[in-house]
Write a protein of this length. Structure first.
Length: 141
């Protein structure tokens, strides 16, 4: 059995990973207002994750970042989220994006080609809105 010192630094411990998966699932369902959505697969590298979101006949990939407020969706998209240049534009190094995207693709492949095809078919790129408390223009209604 490998000890914690031999684990790559961007791979969370199993208990941390389970907590992150639960938090990511909650964040994506809240962002998309779909409490019954399937959130899978989830690929995590440090404070960045890509999660698959499926609800009825709709599906997409969601880019998330873990910050002081926890996991937040930063981008909802299709196969453009699998381009290294997209991840680089979102702050991930090109060197780190290559193995991360290989892992995303491997996890999607494990679910079968129908999942990837549905994620790819998402017709747009959406940028979730900042929470109201983060906006200077938020006024009580």
């Amino acid at each position: 059995m490998a000890n914690a010192a031999s684990r790559p630094p961007d791979r969370p411990r199993r208990s941390d990973c389970a907590a992150a998966i639960a938090d990511i699932t909650t964040a994506v369902r809240a962002e998309r207002a779909t409490p019954d959505a399937i959130i899978a697969p989830i690929t995590i590298a440090g404070d960045i994750a890509i999660a698959g979101w499926t609800f009825g006949f709709e599906a997409a990939r969601v880019f998330l970042r873990n910050g002081p407020e926890g996991w937040r969706a930063g981008l909802i998209s299709n196969d453009s989220l699998l381009l290294p240049s997209t991840l680089v534009s979102l702050g991930m190094s090109r060197r780190d994006s290559t193995p991360f995207l290989a892992e995303v693709r491997a996890q999607e492949a494990a679910l079968g080609p129908d999942f990837s095809a549905r994620f790819d078919a998402f017709g747009r790129t959406a940028y979730p809105q900042a929470p109201p408390e983060a906006s200077n223009n938020s006024a009580p209604r």
